[in-house]
Design a protein around this ligand. Structure first.
Ligand SMILES: Nc1nc2c(ncn2[C@@H]2O[C@H](COP(=O)(O)OP(=O)(O)O)[C@@H](O)[C@H]2O)c(=O)[nH]1
Ligand SMILES: [Mg+2]
Length: 309
């Protein structure tokens, strides 16, 4: 291994945030040394990876803030990886989360990194698995990943995180909120946020019935009511996370499942690495008006003549 990369890895392990930030940039942009860096990763520190997912506006960032406040008071060191929702039209990142988490930017116990979603399938940054593994090398107690729940990204984040919190909000006039398929499978904990709203009790009750039915005689997924803006329910949410890890440690099968999911995603990313949507859009623009254009044939041809970066 190159001396520079080895030095970077050992600096990360001592808690050097600058080294960590640099390593993330190297990995995110596939800069020189990035494969070496990944191959040099150790098993990682004790940091527990917690995913927070849910629809846009559910209060995920506000919850992250409240949890940070809670854990910092307990003397914990935390990394936050925020995958910003990006418009499918400009592939850019929003600055909202960055601005709101200002409060913690200079706190030595907190490391925050925003990533663009880059229009990847499902909305997660295409390098999120690798980046999380890099962050795992640093001495954090907790690594929080906030990701907007669009398409497949909840499932992706579940493959990435040791514990997944699904944030839902009561919708006025819609008591029996229709949950997206698969959400029960990925949630380790439900947070019913905006519990200051009237419809919260109905959503809470419905979720409780659902998790009870699903549990049978087994472990029942906890449902916690929160008002993130007021810090209400945060102690309960943190306690539910603690309890989850007490249980999860005993479940080898759960870890195996997560590793399988991660590996599958790595394989998929490897296969897709030469495609990006800007390129596809350009190609489409050249072809879409032509007589006899067929999207399936187009995709097949694209796959056969993979561009090389
Ligand atoms: N009434 C109420 N508003 C909340 C609560 N939590 C967050 N919000 C507001 O909901 C909006 C979206 O929150 P944000 O954290 O950005 O949601 P995200 O898109 O899921 O990250 C913001 O205006 C928050 O102030 C809550 O518990 N109650
Ligand atoms: Mg947010």
């Amino acid at each position: 291994m190159q001396g520079k990369i080895r030095q970077l890895l050992s600096d990360i392990q001592t808690g050097d945030y600058k080294a960590l930030a640099r390593a993330i940039t190297i990995v995110e942009n596939s800069l020189a040394g990035y494969e070496e860096l990944l191959l040099g990763l150790g098993e990682g520190e004790k940091g527990k990876v917690i995913g927070i997912t849910g629809p846009p506006g559910a209060g995920k960032s506000t919850l992250v803030n409240a949890l940070l406040r809670h854990w910092v008071n307990e003397g914990k060191r935390i990394a936050v990886i925020a995958v910003d929702p990006s418009s499918p039209f400009n592939y850019g990142a929003l600055l909202g989360d960055r601005i709101r988490m200002n409060e913690f930017y200079n706190n030595p116990d907190i490391f925050i990194r925003s990533l663009a979603s880059r229009g990847a399938l499902g909305g997660l940054n295409p390098k999120i698995i690798e980046i999380t593994d890099v962050v795992r090398q640093a001495p954090f107690d907790i690594i929080l990943i906030e990701t907007v729940g669009v398409g497949q990204s909840e499932v992706e984040v579940a493959g990435l995180a040791d514990c997944t919190i699904v944030t839902l909000v009561p919708e006025a006039g819609d008591e029996v909120q229709t949950l997206k398929a698969g959400i029960m499978e990925i949630a380790d904990i439900f947070a019913v946020n905006k519990a200051d709203r009237d419809a919260a009790d109905a959503l809470y009750a419905n979720l409780r019935i659902m998790v009870h039915q699903k549990a049978g005689a087994g472990f029942e997924i906890p449902v916690v009511k929160t008002v993130a803006t007021e810090g209400k329910g945060i102690t309960e949410l943190a306690a539910a996370i603690d309890t989850f890890f007490t249980h999860a440690g005993a479940h080898k099968e759960h870890k195996l499942q997560l590793a399988t999911e991660k590996c599958w995603q790595l394989l998929q990313a490897e296969r897709m690495k030469n495609f990006d949507k800007v390129f596809i859009k350009q190609k489409l623009n050249d072809n879409i008006g032509k007589a006899g254009f067929n999207l399936y044939a187009f995709a097949k041809e694209l796959l056969a003549t993979q561009p090389v970066n």
